[in-house]
Write a protein that binds this ligand. Sequence first.
Ligand code: 5GP
Ligand code: ZN
Length: 113
Amino acid sequence: MECLFCQILKEEIPAKVVYRDDVVIAFEDIHPIAPIHLLIVPQKHIGTLNNLMPEDNELIGYMIQTAKMLALEKNISEEGYRLVLNCNAGAGQTIFHIHLHLLGGRQFSWPPG
Ligand code: 5GP
Ligand code: ZN
């Protein structure tokens, strides 16, 4: 069975897509934990951050630039937003295809849970 996010990328499973290009896709999280909760997912399947290779540096930068662009589009740039990358079960990773959470629209506490 292919991973869930690869299936979303291939449009085999529907998602509320807000942005898509040759490198990434961004869609609404199905269980949002903030008024704005988007997932920025690379087209390339990478299981966890532990699998990142030096040649993925540009990709990671691109994911963050995409998040910045979407934050501007969603009008949360000035008030602030949070970007989260969970790695493995101890950090709460449940889908093993790396993804950047873009969270905004409410106050966030620190340290995170
Ligand atoms: P993780 O916990 O791995 O960092 O994040 C996985 C995220 O994917 C969770 O926030 C979860 O709500 C979201 N998610 C899980 N299944 C689906 C799905 O089928 N569609 C969408 N849009 N999001 C999903
Ligand atoms: Zn995948």
